[in-house]
Design a protein around this ligand. Structure first.
Ligand SMILES: [Zn+2]
Length: 70
């Protein structure tokens, strides 16, 4: 995950915002976002990155709960 260089656009279907973050395409699709990225990396704009964070929050909470048992 990294910051996207200037000029890259969000890869979510029908979104034309400037890209803010680059994420693993599979992770983005798992969160229910529809992307048109062909590569392993998907670029998200600020808004879709927020949305992705929200959608993937449950998974991370689960992971944290699992870790805290040890
Ligand atoms: Zn977007």
């Amino acid at each position: 995950m990294g910051v996207v260089s200037k000029g890259a656009k969000c890869n979510v279907d029908a979104c034309e915002n400037d890209g803010a973050r680059s994420l693993n395409t599979g992770k983005v699709e798992n969160a229910g976002l529809k992307v048109n990225s062909k590569g392993k990396k998907t670029i998200l704009c600020k808004d879709h990155y927020k949305e992705w964070k929200k959608e993937s929050k449950d998974d991370r909470d689960l992971e944290r709960a699992r870790f805290s048992k040890f």
